[in-house]
Design a protein. Structure first.
Length: 305
């Protein structure tokens, strides 16, 4: 099922990287790489056929034959080696990953030693500005934003270094969702459990944006071939009793349908008159989940005679 779903994902519009120069611009191939170790064990023939037909996946498999499983095994082996070397030499550290992140890594290491987490929090806030920049917004789900990953890492380390006092720093996180992720990591550190695995994704344009007119924004992805009888919820009406239906195909959405905002939140757009309850963005247009056509949101409301 995951492979089938991945086949429907766009083959461009994303960016994900792994150590040793493995980089994906295809969200589809990145998804396949993330489950490669499972496919190797369950269906090796399918795994090989996917590798043969996807160039970026093939490059990733050459370096990491079992995908994330190989990556994690190498990381654990490297961590053990570094620990043993540190015991011999009595200190120091080695930076790994993207050289552009080395300064941030050094500031975080210094913070864990000195207890001053102001600089790494500023680094995370700067990344948040990049993720939310109007000219280059990150349309990936917030859990994969680089700024989210940085906040999570910073607050896990702050929890280990400062204990409960680290909670005072949460008010500096500029976003409610990112603050929740940071709180979870802080709680993990205080509970003494391992930090969460963090993956980052930069998606420079809305999902399926190529389906629609250039420059247009929509608040959902059409579900191909969906029929009214395939939904369970009752037909919706507006608070003032007006009928809600698609101006193009007259489809009447039930209450159990969900639209996706550009911030990643899913909700029934007619429950809030088109305003996303997560990021407060007001959608002016709505796509029909039956016919896939886009109409102005207000045109969906019909006053019956």
């Amino acid at each position: 099922m995951i492979v089938a779903q991945a086949a429907e994902e766009p083959d461009a519009g994303g960016s994900a990287g792994y150590p040793h120069g493995i980089h994906f611009t295809s969200p589809r191939q990145n998804t396949l790489f993330q489950i490669l170790h499972v496919l190797r064990h369950l269906d090796s023939a399918l795994a090989q056929s996917l590798i043969d037909s996807h160039d970026q996946l093939a490059a990733g498999a050459r370096r990491y034959p079992n995908g994330l499983e190989t990556l994690h095994e190498e990381a654990e082996a490297e961590a053990k080696r570094l620990k043993a070397d540190a015991a011999k030499c009595g200190g120091g550290y080695i930076l790994m990953g993207d050289p552009r992140d080395f300064d941030r890594q050094r500031r975080l290491i210094d913070a864990t030693r000195k207890g001053d987490f102001g600089p790494p929090i500023e680094d995370a806030i700067e990344q948040y500005r990049e993720d939310t920049s109007p000219s280059a917004a990150n349309y990936a789900p917030k859990e994969y934003w680089p700024s989210t990953g940085t906040f999570r890492t910073v607050f896990y380390q702050a929890g280990k270094r400062l204990g409960p006092e680290a909670a005072k720093l949460l008010e500096q996180v500029p976003d409610d969702d990112l603050r929740l992720f940071a709180t979870i990591e802080l709680a993990a550190a205080l509970a003494g459990v391992p930090a969460s695995s963090i993956r980052e994704l930069k998606q420079p344009r809305p999902p399926n944006s190529s389906r629609f007119q250039r420059g247009a924004s929509v608040d959902a992805r059409p579900l191909k071939g969906m029929r009214r009888e395939e939904t369970d919820g009752p037909t919706m009406r507006s608070p003032d009793g007006r009928l809600i239906r698609c101006p193009k195909c007259l489809f009447q959405p039930p209450t159990d349908l969900r639209w996706n905002c550009k911030c990643g939140h899913a909700w029934n757009t007619f429950a809030t008159a088109g305003k996303c309850p997560a990021c407060q963005f007001q959608w002016e247009v709505t796509v029909c989940l039956c016919c896939g056509e886009i109409s102005e949101h207000w045109a969906w409301y019909v006053s019956e005679p």
